[in-house]
Design a protein around this ligand. Structure first.
Ligand code: ADP
Ligand code: TZD
Ligand code: MG
Length: 581
């Protein structure tokens, strides 16, 4: 039955024609219907009006200076919220600028949707040379989990629903959505348009492991003498914080967090074995991988790191993606499902009578841990001049301890590696970094997203090279008045600032930058606070002020240019010179 009110909505009271909607509005309505309230992007043909309208309709539109940073922000927003972050770009070059972020999001299992306007299909497909012509869909496809194009206004609802579902269901990842310019001005009756929209139900359904798989895992774990739990960013993403803590504490099994899983349990937890990582990796007999891949970051599960000499290890692997199993070494007990469901299933079989690991395993761990933490404390207490990574990071460590809610972003080589091991995290999903690729350039995009979607303070610990990849976004940080404190570890270059041009020519070496560059002036240029510091006292004061005020701040920290290591902790991955010259 149709009420009079509904009929009145359908037709324009003056023209008596149906009220129309268009592609612009259908698109925004479809996003809003699905709880997407923020767009990261960069305007231009054909999306300028779309971003204006989004803002007019109450969405948050964060406009960047380069699409890669907008894309990285969307990816980080996806990780932090569990909803796909959305990045909007113009066609060809804007799209390509966003593509690195899309590929990086997919690699890291972060849900994001890159939405690019594109030029007319008729012209693109005949390669007749349209404005910013490119077959974007074809190019995006191998870089992401799924790629769709919407050609008709009545399909916008379906297109958005499919994009959201693809991004967050199963193993999360990047999705590309291609929207040709002509779509936006297509019209259709509003009522029909509204009916075409889809509110996605249960976008990331829980996936429970099979009973026999749980049984297999429990049997293996029960027989372990030296068990170890390894938490990855899939565990952090799954938001099963309480269950994971229970698993660790009820079983008494020592654990190692991968970098973005730091804080799932506080790094100061007595069962954290991070301070004796090499020992536990070598000695463990049964390893439980929880949302962590045995990729290069874990030496592919084999070799010296894994104590090959001690015989092969047994693995239990919890992952939502069945194809991940056996990717590098044989997995004895795969547990396929979401981390929450899998860990709950294990917990249901782990009673209070569970036999915790013996002193033979926990004793040496505790001993080594105490020794290593003691050595580290001594090193952190040193006050060399100029500062080194340790002395500067000892300040950051204390600031993060006092501000555990703050989001920590980190990139660089030495800066990243030292920050990961020195700066303790206390809460889940507070650390964002270079991830699976070890990619530089995520810094300011991740920082902006961290501030925008959580409302918390952000501390970005940046190598001077790493910062340069996205540094222009300090303007974005100032424009939106975001509480971001960027700390640039300035050692005059990539890894260190002392390389010499081997030819003796006047060009500097490829890894060396302008000496003592004044990065803090970049923040000053846009009205933020910029401070140059040369002592730990000055750094401590500048960071405290930034955290207290929430003002956009850049602290340029002078670090001894001689102390860095080539490639930080992954020196071994540099190709060896086959021919000595
Ligand atoms: P890290 O670098 O921290 O070791 P990876 O990115 O290598 O982490 O691994 C994350 C793994 O987590 C991926 O294999 C992914 O399929 C898995 N994953 C992501 N989300 C979930 C989830 N909700 N439940 C189970 N596994 C998940
Ligand atoms: N380009 C991209 C996109 N990602 C990369 N990882 C690199 C280049 C290579 N690279 C690293 O792996 S770390 C790094 C580069 C250029 C910068 C290291 O210098 P930094 O850090 O100043 O950021 P430290 O503290 O000086 O080591
Ligand atoms: Mg550097």
């Amino acid at each position: 039955m149709c009420s009079i009110i509904e009929l009145e909505k359908e037709v324009d009271s003056e023209t008596k024609q149906p009220v129309l909607t268009d592609g612009f509005h259908l698109f925004l309505d479809a996003l809003k219907l699905n709880g997407i309230d923020t767009l990261f992007g960069l305007p231009g043909i054909p999306i300028t009006d779309l971003l204006r309208m989004a803002q007019a309709e109450g969405m948050r539109v964060i406009s960047f200076r380069h699409e890669q940073n907008a894309g990285n922000a969307a990816a980080a927003a996806g990780f932090l919220t569990g909803k796909p972050g959305v990045c909007m770009t113009v066609s060809a070059p804007g799209f390509l600028n966003g593509l690195t972020a899309l590929a990086n999001a997919t690699t890291n299992c972060f849900p994001m949707i890159l939405i690019s306007g594109s030029s007319e299909r008729e012209i693109v497909d005949l390669q007749q040379g349209d404005y910013e012509e490119m077959d974007q869909l074809a190019i995006a496809r191998p870089m992401c989990k799924a790629a769709f194009r919407v050609l008709r206004a009545q399909d916008i609802g379906i297109g958005i629903a499919r994009a959201i579902r693809a991004a967050v269901s199963g193993r999360p990842g990047g999705v590309y959505l291609d929207l040709p310019a002509k779509l936006f001005s297509q019209t259709m009756p509003e009522e029909e348009g509204n009916k075409s929209l889809i509110k996605v139900v249960d976008a990331a359904p829980s996936q429970r492991p099979a009973e026999e798989a749980v049984e297999r895992a429990i049997t293996l774990l029960k027989g372990a003498k030296k068990p170890l739990i390894l938490l990855g960013k899939g565990a952090a993403y799954s938001r099963a914080d309480q269950e994971i803590r229970e698993l660790v504490e009820k079983t008494g099994i020592p654990y190692l967090p991968m970098s973005m899983a730091k804080g799932l349990l506080p790094d100061t937890h007595e069962l954290s074995a991070a301070a004796t990582r090499s020992y536990v990796l070598q000695e463990a007999d049964v390893v439980v991988l929880v949302g962590a891949r045995l990729n290069w970051l874990l030496s592919h599960g084999k070799g010296k790191t894994w104590g090959q000499a001690n015989g092969p290890k047994k693995f239990i692997q919890i992952d939502i993606c069945p194809g991940e199993i056996d990717s590098n070494v044989a997995i004895d007990a795969p547990l396929i499902g979401d981390v929450g469901s899998c860990v709950r299933a294990l917990l249901a079989r782990i009673g209070n009578d569970w036999a915790k690991p013996s002193q033979e395993w926990t004793g040496p761990i505790a001993e080594r841990k105490a020794k290593n933490l003691g050595k580290m404390a001594d090193k952190l207490a040193e006050r060399p001049s100029p500062m080194n990574f340790h002395s500067a990071l000892s300040v950051v460590k204390d600031i993060v301890r006092d501000n555990p809610e703050a989001i920590v972003v980190s990139e660089g080589a030495n800066t990243l590696d030292f920050a990961r091991s020195i700066v303790d995290m206390y809460l889940p999903r507070k650390r964002l970094d270079v991830g699976t690729w070890g990619v530089m350039g995520i810094g300011m995009g991740f920082a902006v997203a961290g501030a925008v979607v959580t409302g918390h303070r952000v501390i970005a610990i940046e190598g001077d090279s790493a910062f340069g990849f996205s540094g222009m976004e300090v303007e974005t940080i100032c424009r939106y008045q975001l509480p971001v404190c960027v700390v640039v570890f300035n050692n005059n270059g990539i890894y260190k600032g002392t390389d010499k041009n081997a030819s003796g020519g006047k060009d500097t070496a490829p890894t060396v930058f302008v000496k003592n560059a004044r990065y803090e002036m970049m923040m000053q240029a846009f009205g933020g606070v910029g401070v140059q510091v040369t002592t730990t006292g000055e750094l401590q004061q500048a960071m405290s002020e930034a955290l207290a005020s929430g003002k956009p701040t850049l602290i340029n920290v002078a670090i001894d240019e001689t102390v860095g290591t080539e490639s930080g902790r992954i020196t071994n991955l540099n190709p060896a010179k086959a021919v000595k010259k």
